[in-house]
Design a protein around this ligand. Structure first.
Ligand code: BDR
Ligand code: CA
Length: 313
């Protein structure tokens, strides 16, 4: 039988309660080798992101370097999301998130090196504002063509945003970076907020069931969702909570999970006073632009949930 080498992967992340679950999926998958994690400010500050990534990796019993990246967007002030992720970024449940050390190499250098080393094969998964990725594209003209596949959690394919009526958080935080990335030639698969709401919303019962697995990883992945769950209950949202980043990771690990997608032109709005950070998806081909992303609309929810259950068991 032919032995296939594991898929080399870099995860760019702002860990983040849903990023942490996505990292667990990747680190527990024998088919993937996470060669580096690159940290960027987003859900929480860069120092928090670094500690959260290192803690999650340690909990998985893995050894993966975490590289420090940008502490703020290219041109704008940082906006975080403590109302979803807690002040520490992992739900403020009292985890010991301090004292661990990042690697010496900065994130942009690590991204460029990994893409060169695994040219044509590297799977880059971005779960955060695209600041680090834009800087890598600018620093190395070969970066985009060295990456084999780039799965982006961000934007929205055909639905509303989650921070403004039209913008999703990861794109809205740093639209200038997103514009560079979407124009870079990277082989993009975009898993937007609409796809995640449709297929990565976990009901209270599903979260309780996962928690009942009672492994250290299951307890961690469910307990860190505390702030988000409390917020949903307080708002009377009975459908549960959307945990988006693991869906993008699942699609990276197993592209056959994609149930509906189209290659389409996607542009990023950087200037609109009402629409900054919107992913403008040309569904009808009216711009004449060449498609630059595979836009995912739906995934196989049953197989995704099974993948999460397996990873936490
Ligand atoms: C995205 O923004 C962050 O809050 C999440 O971690 C996810 O990457 C969802 O809009
Ligand atoms: Ca994230």
């Amino acid at each position: 039988m032919t032995q296939h080498a594991a898929m080399p992967m870099v995860v760019d992340t702002d860990v983040g309660t849903d990023d942490a679950v996505a990292l667990v999926l990747a680190l527990r998958d024998p088919g993937a080798e996470v060669v580096a994690v690159t940290a960027v400010a987003g859900n929480t500050t860069l120092p928090n992101v670094i500690q959260n990534a290192l803690y999650t990796i340690e909990l998985c019993g893995a050894r993966v370097p975490v590289h420090a990246g940008s502490s703020r967007p290219l041109l704008r002030q940082l906006a975080t999301a403590a109302e979803v992720h807690g002040g520490d970024g992992l739900g403020d449940i009292g985890l010991p998130l301090h004292g661990r050390s990042p690697a010496a190499t900065p994130a942009v250098e690590a991204l460029i090196q990994a893409a060169r080393e695994h040219a044509g094969r590297l799977v880059l998964v971005t779960l955060a504002p695209l600041t680090n990725i834009a800087l890598a594209c600018l620093a190395d003209p070969q970066f985009a063509s060295n990456v084999g596949r780039c799965v982006v959690m961000g934007g929205t394919g055909r639905g509303p945003g989650n921070v403004t009526p039209v913008a999703e958080f990861n794109i809205w935080v740093d639209p200038e970076a997103a514009a560079i990335v979407f124009e870079s030639g990277l082989p993009l698969t975009m898993v937007g907020w609409d796809a995640c709401e449709a297929d990565a919303t976990f009901s209270e019962a599903e979260l309780d069931e996962l928690r009942a697995t009672d492994t250290a990883l299951a307890r961690f992945c469910v307990d860190i969702q505390r702030v988000s769950r409390d917020r949903a209950r307080a708002a009377g949202r009975r459908e549960g909570i959307c945990i988006p980043d693991p869906l993008a990771m699942a699609v990276a690990l197993d592209p056959t999970l994609i149930a509906e997608a189209r290659r389409l032109p996607v542009a990023i709005e950087t200037r609109g006073s009402l629409t900054s950070g919107q992913t403008v998806v040309d569904h009808l081909g009216v711009t004449g632009a060449t498609p630059n992303a595979e836009v995912v609309f739906r995934a196989d929810r049953g197989r995704f949930m099974a993948m999460v259950q397996r990873a936490l068991a």
